[in-house]
Design a protein around this ligand. Structure first.
Ligand code: SF4
Ligand SMILES: [Zn+2]
Length: 261
């Protein structure tokens, strides 16, 4: 199996890479492990001291749970794996507080975290608008959790597609039309002859429009090669998402192997 990095956009937290010589089950295992098993921090409990805003406690608590928090996987354990057995200790829980008075919009940046490494990813995320005389005060508890329990713990978006395989025959009569119909310029035309633009080939999303224009274009999907796209919601870097998923897969396989022995 070979892996080639295609794009690494650190600013937007996006990565794409090509896995060659694998199979759909393995590609799916990586995807599902990233989405369901890689833990992140999110607010799980909120104790409201004051809330005279227009939003009910339940709605605010739901909004707070969905605020992505920068996650430090080295410093925290999942509550179920912690030595405290889920009772709650500094190794598995983190307190966050907020005190705000209207008028004005309360932003995520106003949340005070006991751990400077675990803070909202997007400081400008609005929580609620307070009118004059309204106030909001709460203490929240964040814990590590997994996307399979609730989407608020999902570290981001991950999907893959089969690598496109396109064959251009010698009898393409209308090269200009074929090139024009492709929305992402997979084809180059020179002197009325058509060829594949290798830089754009992996961007092909297998829509099939080119095969409708010319029967001499053959479109297939590779069963062994996959183009992966990973987009972080900001809690972890895409690299951490993939590496943590691979560690989790390895631990599961080691455990299975030990049990079988
Ligand atoms: S399948 Fe769609 S995206 Fe791919 S080369 Fe053909 S027209 Fe372009
Ligand atoms: Zn604990």
């Amino acid at each position: 199996m070979e892996v080639h990095l295609l794009d690494n956009n650190k600013k937007e937290g996006k990565v794409s890479f090509l896995i060659e010589g694998s199979n759909p089950a393995f590609a799916s295992l990586i995807r599902k492990t990233i989405l369901d098993e890689v833990p992140t921090m999110a607010i799980e409990d909120v104790e409201f001291r004051k809330n005279s805003s227009i939003l009910y406690d339940e709605i605010l608590a739901h909004r707070l749970g969905l605020i992505p928090l920068k996650t430090d996987l080295k410093s925290y354990d999942l509550p179920e794996n912690c030595k405290c057995e889920g009772a709650g200790c500094a190794k598995c829980t983190l307190k966050l507080t907020l005190k705000a008075k209207g008028p004005g919009i309360v932003y995520a940046s106003e949340i005070e975290s006991q751990d400077p490494k675990v803070v909202p990813v997007f400081p400008k995320l609005p929580i609620v608008k307070l009118m004059k005389g309204q106030s909001l005060e709460f203490e929240a508890t964040a814990v590590l959790g997994k996307g399979k329990t609730h989407a608020k713990w999902s570290p981001g978006h991950c999907f893959f597609k089969y690598k496109p395989k396109i064959e251009v025959g010698k009898k393409v009569e209308n090269p200009e039309d074929v090139a024009k119909v492709c929305p992402i310029n997979v084809f180059d035309v020179k002197n009325n002859s058509i060829s594949i633009n290798k830089d754009n080939l992996l961007k092909c999303h297998l829509c099939g429009a080119c095969t409708e224009v010319s029967s001499d274009i053959k479109l297939n999907e590779s069963e062994d090669d996959f183009v992966f796209f990973i987009e972080s919601w900001g809690q972890l870097s895409p690299k951490d998402m993939v590496c943590t998923a691979l560690d989790i897969i390895k631990i599961k396989i080691d455990n299975l192997s030990k049990e079988l022995k």
